[in-house]
Design a protein around this ligand. Structure first.
Ligand SMILES: [Zn+2]
Ligand SMILES: [Zn+2]
Length: 247
């Protein structure tokens, strides 16, 4: 499998509108972050993880010709705001797009995107954890939260995608046992009510001893790619838009 980091930015993206900070003004392309989304490619199929508000631009940029499934982590705007822009995929392929999401995310889609719902073949889960089987892709999902909003993480083999995490039960470490490549949400070094700080992410990662590579994502404009990269321990990397990894 291959994983493409489509967007790796926090909800406002980087640069932030009208901001003149060093990171927003930086010419380093690794400091240009669209809203968080990823593309998992397995057996010639494309599975989109979250529909970033930037998905139209990203689909064109990376020439994503088709989708075979969509996973949604949670219903915050930076993860579902691009749903409407997926319509061309529906026009090209008449079949309903397999969609994996929780019941709480589906509730939001019902009033935000009611007109789109007949385009999807939804697989709505109500339990906190369980198996995934979506259009030939098998894995597991689990649940954590940010400010009371439930968020789903996904695991496919030894690859796990865990973004927008702040609060979790210790049982999450059982879900992640044996994971070797971990994509983990972290927003900045200072403080956040909604997300791990870099330090919290490092502490979390340390508890999963099997992890060989941990890629931090959902980064804000307070993170300068080059300077923070130098201070990270071995095996922890900052992701950036366009990064492709084998998983
Ligand atoms: Zn800024
Ligand atoms: Zn987010």
């Amino acid at each position: 499998m291959r994983f493409l980091f489509l967007g790796t930015g926090a909800s406002s993206g980087v640069p932030v509108i009208a901001c003149k900070c060093d990171v927003c003004m930086s010419s380093n392309l690794k400091n240009k972050r669209l809203r968080t989304s990823g593309l998992l490619q397995a057996n010639g199929k494309n599975f989109l993880l979250d529909a970033s508000p930037d998905i139209r631009y990203l689909s064109l940029k990376y020439q994503i010709s088709h989708l075979d499934g969509l996973f949604l982590t949670h219903p915050h705007e930076d993860h579902i705001g691009g749903l409407n822009d997926l319509r061309p995929y529906f026009f090209i392929y008449k079949n309903k797009l397999p969609l994996f999401l929780s019941d709480s995310t589906y509730e939001v889609l019902k009033y935000r995107f009611s007109y789109l719902l007949d385009r999807f073949a939804p697989n709505i889960v109500t339990d906190k954890r369980g198996e995934i089987s979506l259009n030939g892709l098998n894995g597991r999902y689990f649940t954590y939260s940010q400010e009371g909003v439930f968020v789903n993480g996904f695991r496919f083999g030894n690859f796990a995608y865990v973004t927008d995490i702040k609060d979790y039960d210790l049982s999450l470490f059982e879900d992640l046992e044996g994971v070797e490549t971990l994509v983990l949400g972290a927003i900045n070094e200072a403080h956040s009510k909604m997300h791990f700080t870099i330090k919290e992410a490092l502490e979390f990662k340390k508890k999963i001893t099997s992890v060989k590579r941990c890629y931090l994502t959902h980064l804000s404009h307070e993170v300068d790619h080059e300077s923070l990269s130098k201070s990270l321990p071995e095996g922890v990397l900052l992701s950036y838009d366009g990064l492709i990894i084998d998983v």
